[in-house]
Design a protein around this ligand. Structure first.
Ligand code: BV8
Length: 234
């Protein structure tokens, strides 16, 4: 590896799999016999708000019973010890990166533990259910929705992500199937901008061919080993 100073890491559901949080592909990507893509949309929320709120209430409660795994811990260590720029762009909506101690984390698809008021636009920390239509902590309106980027909605902070990709010397994709855009296209952006690219995933992702190097196995093994390697060449 030539000298690496600035690193961008993209994580997906595979980094939380060993913490017991289902990936989108587990169980064939179904929930109550609905395709996740069909529940995680603004149209579904209009058509059947209770179904969507129950889906997110269940997952919001579930993540609070899970703990970070060795992959989250290793990435938090890298965040603490890496002297250059580092950004963990996560597609995940759990808070396991933060609970492992990572600081430079960007949730491009939102967060389970936030709610978004469609009346006053305020975002608030939220750990309980929404099915009973509680009032917004800011304006009191019963107009809260999960602060999650659904299919067809614009991911968050894309300008910051592309600014980081422009500076990146290394782009590492961890635990994602490469199925969903724009995240799945970041490896190509990174390559075009001159970064080296590495995939760490249980199996080849849909974008494996775009990576300079791909290592396959569980994140709890691959990520700590890779972090040791990178820190050794600081
Ligand atoms: C956008 C939050 C445009 C939800 C998510 C038609 C209409 C509208 C849009 C589209 C359309 N057709 C295509 C699109 C674009 C669409 C898209 O890409 N669709 C796909 C299905 C083709 N994208 C969007 O809609 C995005 N927005 O395009 O906006 C726009 C432009 C202008 C103005 C307005 C809008 C928004 C996409 C965000 C959707 N929200 N998450 C929630 O969490 O409930 S996406 C969700 O699925 C994830 O966040 C992630 O991004 C994606 C894929 O999940 P992964 O994280 O990759 O997980 P997956 O299960 O797929 O894979 C897990 C991987 O881990 C596997 O490879 C497995 O091998 C590996 N693994 C498993 N265990 C381990 C492991 N690896 C290591 N160790 C292990 N132990």
């Amino acid at each position: 590896m030539t000298s690496i100073r600035n690193i961008v890491i993209l994580t997906g559901a595979g980094v939380s799999a060993e913490s017991g949080i289902d990936t989108f592909r587990d169980g064939g990507g179904l929930w109550e016999q609905h395709r996740v893509e069909d529940v995680a949309t603004p149209e579904a929320f209009v058509r059947d708000p209770d179904l969507v709120l129950r889906f997110y209430d269940m997952r919001r409660a579930a993540i609070q019973t899970k703990a970070p795994n060795a992959a989250h811990d290793a990435l938090a260590r890298l965040d603490r010890e890496w002297p250059g720029e580092l950004l963990i762009v996560t597609q995940n909506v759990d808070d396991l990166h933060e609970r492992a101690g990572a600081r430079r984390v960007l949730h491009m698809h939102g967060e389970h533990l936030n709610v978004w008021c469609t009346a006053c636009d305020a975002r608030s920390r939220w750990t309980g259910p929404l099915i009973h239509r509680p009032g917004c902590p800011e304006c009191g309106e019963a107009a809260l929705r999960p602060d999650i980027v659904w299919f067809g909605e614009m991911p968050y902070r894309m300008d910051e992500i592309f600014a980081a990709l422009e500076e990146a010397d290394l782009f590492v994709s961890i635990g994602t199937s490469g199925a969903v855009y724009p995240a799945a296209g970041f490896v190509r952006n990174a390559r075009e901008l001159g970064a080296q690219t590495l995939e760490l995933n249980l199996e080849p992702s849909q974008g494996s061919g775009w990576f300079d190097e791909a290592r396959h196995g569980p994140a709890s093994e691959l990520v700590p080993a890779w972090v040791d390697e990178v820190l050794a060449q600081r």
